[in-house]
Design a protein. Structure first.
Length: 75
């Protein structure tokens, strides 16, 4: 009679791989979310910074209200 092969180690391996795939998928989703938020912030502040740079290059007085809309890093 042929010896019985248990599939317990294979099942544990498949479950471990499935868990790793799920964790990687969640990390990719989180990364995409962070990238989307970063792009939205960049698109929001780009026109303000461009306008301030244009005004600074043409020596016109800079309006302080534009600086209030910027974050501390951009100031």
């Amino acid at each position: 009679m042929a010896p019985e092969v248990t599939l317990e180690p294979l099942r544990n391996g498949v479950l471990a791989l499935a868990g790793a795939v799920i964790v990687l998928a969640l990390l990719l989703l989180i990364d995409r979310g962070i990238a989307a938020v970063s792009n939205l912030r960049r698109k929001r502040r780009e026109p303000i910074l461009s306008r301030l740079l244009f005004r600074a290059l043409h020596s016109s007085p800079v309006d302080a209200s534009d600086f209030l809309r910027l974050g501390t890093f951009d100031r």
